[in-house]
Design a protein around this ligand. Sequence first.
Ligand code: ZN
Length: 393
Amino acid sequence: MHASAQPHPRLDAAISHLADLIGFDTTSAYSNLAIIAHLRTFFAELGAEVTVLPDASGEKANLVARLGPADVPGIVLSGHTDVVPANAKSWQSDPFCMEQRGSRLYGRGTCDMKGFAACVMAAAPAFAEAELKRPLYFCFSHDEEVGCLGAPAIARHLAELEVPPALAIIGEPSEMQLINGQKGKIAMQVTVHGEGGHSSFAPQHVNAVEYAARIIAMIGERSRRYEREGPFDHDFSVPHATALATIVEGGVATNVTPDSCRFIFELRSIDQEAASGDMQALINEVEAALLPEMRALAPAASIEWQEIFSYPAMGDATASAMFKQLESILPPRGGKVSYGSEGGVFEIDGGIPSIIIGPGSIRQAHKPDEFIEIDQLGQCLAFFDELDDWMRR
Ligand SMILES: [Zn+2]
């Protein structure tokens, strides 16, 4: 891969596709059916075999489009269609109307991750014209940003094909470096049910806020234990699991002992298997330490644990057969990342080894004035040229 002085011949097409995609407000809270219809028309007109996978609500859908033969293992190019919310007041320009300023394109989703989708669309006509020896699967999911909710249906769909794909490339922003690992996450909501009353009688009550604070402290202690004792994987910039509380809500008045407190915490793991075991160990530890003392005062007191969502860590695909075949055209390695992606889902639910390669920087994601450097789109298109050559061989 090389960054040439000449702009890539398909760069204008990619920019124009990106402007179209940014125009769809696909904040995760809203339906994504309009952008899916747009992609469906686009890929159907290229002659791809297109499958739309609606969710149970009918308000959301995934899309899978295939170019090339179905009877040999192929490669997945995957992106999510949803974006995180944008508060227009903190933006310099309309987040859902792409604006070019200098070498950058601004808009919600420019880097996370409609820039990748735009490059896929710009490259797709060449893939469609080529005599592909292997299939390419273009996958677009819903609700990645709220816990990878759409991707499992895509992964299962691909796994059930007569010949499933052998490698997935997830286009999350990696500045076009090859990422071969990603942390998993479990997000939990905890509700502490205590017993309240006039706060002047506090010793007779089970103060839910106080017990929540003690649980939160134990979660923090567990995180510091990961930091001290590992397990470690130094390919991650934070080379161990982490755990922290992120939202707390409880109490009603200055003179009432709170009988309920709700908080949310996350566990980010480097290991696919260890995460659920670690979570159960934490729950056991908390309940053994606190429940007897809560129930001594109020027999009905309880701690309620509810998983909000979870997605698995993405393991290292570099030993897989398809990776080895493709390796000569892949960009340089950029380590492993602590943010979420659908790679672990493709791997666990679909049995498809996954890597991340995408344009833009994660530093610009999820912020006001999100942008992508135009040069990043050029680099992504250059990579797709190499992929195109390779797919014809
Ligand atoms: Zn993303």
